[in-house]
Design a protein around this ligand. Sequence first.
Ligand SMILES: Nc1ncnc2c1ncn2[C@@H]1O[C@H](COP(=O)(O)OP(=O)(O)OP(=O)(O)O)[C@@H](O)[C@H]1O
Ligand SMILES: [Mg+2]
Length: 286
Amino acid sequence: MKVIRVEGVSFRYRRAERYSLKDVSFEVRKGEFLGIIGPSGSGKSTLCLTLNGIIPNLIKGEFSGDIVIRDPRTGEEYNTRETPVSELSTVVGLILQNPESQLFNMTVEEEIAFGLENLGLERNEILRRLRWVLEVTRLKGLEKEFPPNLSGGQQQRLAIAAVLAMEPSVLVLDEPTSQLDPLGRNEVLGLVSLLNREYGITVVMVEHHTDYIFRYADRVIVMNEGRVVLEGRPSDLLGEVETLRNLGVRLPHVVEVSYELAKLGLLRRPVASEEELLTQIGRPSR
Ligand SMILES: Nc1ncnc2c1ncn2[C@@H]1O[C@H](COP(=O)(O)OP(=O)(O)OP(=O)(O)O)[C@@H](O)[C@H]1O
Ligand SMILES: [Mg+2]
């Protein structure tokens, strides 16, 4: 089942000379983990903002094409152009780069409950969701903390918790770890992968640490100058190393190294993970 259908979408910001998205089309299936990569300025963030309707409902400009979101629980379809963002955000949750910009309450608990109170949910339902998201994002015990006092990784997990409490079917994450240290990055991306694998949440994630994309994504879209220029499984991208390099996409070390080894004839073909590399060259015996 398709949860997102992007059909021929183009978008130009107000007063901008050029289009930031040009005839973009793709689909996202239920339960899928879709990675989005591409050089700076290629339209990745703009694309994320279209998926829950912020573009064109709140950020206006010249928008054409259609984005249809299907709520897998009800089967109901929403065209983002005709649906308020508040309604879309119960199906598609959006997480941005900077966790601080998404947090504005006095405690962790209030941060999570805020959106739920706005939905007009009953107290028991709010408590049930609060318990669940605190558990899954491993923020239990920090309920009364002042969000700015949390570590970067905890803050981003809190931003995810607040979105998750709305019980969206899809999480869209725009470089969720770009402000984090390696520890925070592991925490956050580990959580995203868990939500996808264990809880069946569909994930669309922009991440320039492509090693995570190669590890977690089922499928990858590569953007350049507002267009989708490549699409495929991570393993398919191994045949496109030169193209990706020319676009300025940073590839995982293991891909770079194995690509060079394959060129020298020392490896049959480039690989996407250390596991595969060990399988090809033979595991060192101890
Ligand atoms: N609010 C805006 N108004 C006008 N132009 C914008 C606006 N936001 C982005 N753009 C332009 O749209 C294009 C795509 O930008 P976008 O931020 O979507 O790229 P990106 O792939 O997310 O880049 P990065 O990797 O640096 O985050 C760029 O040319 C950018 O200058
Ligand atoms: Mg961006």
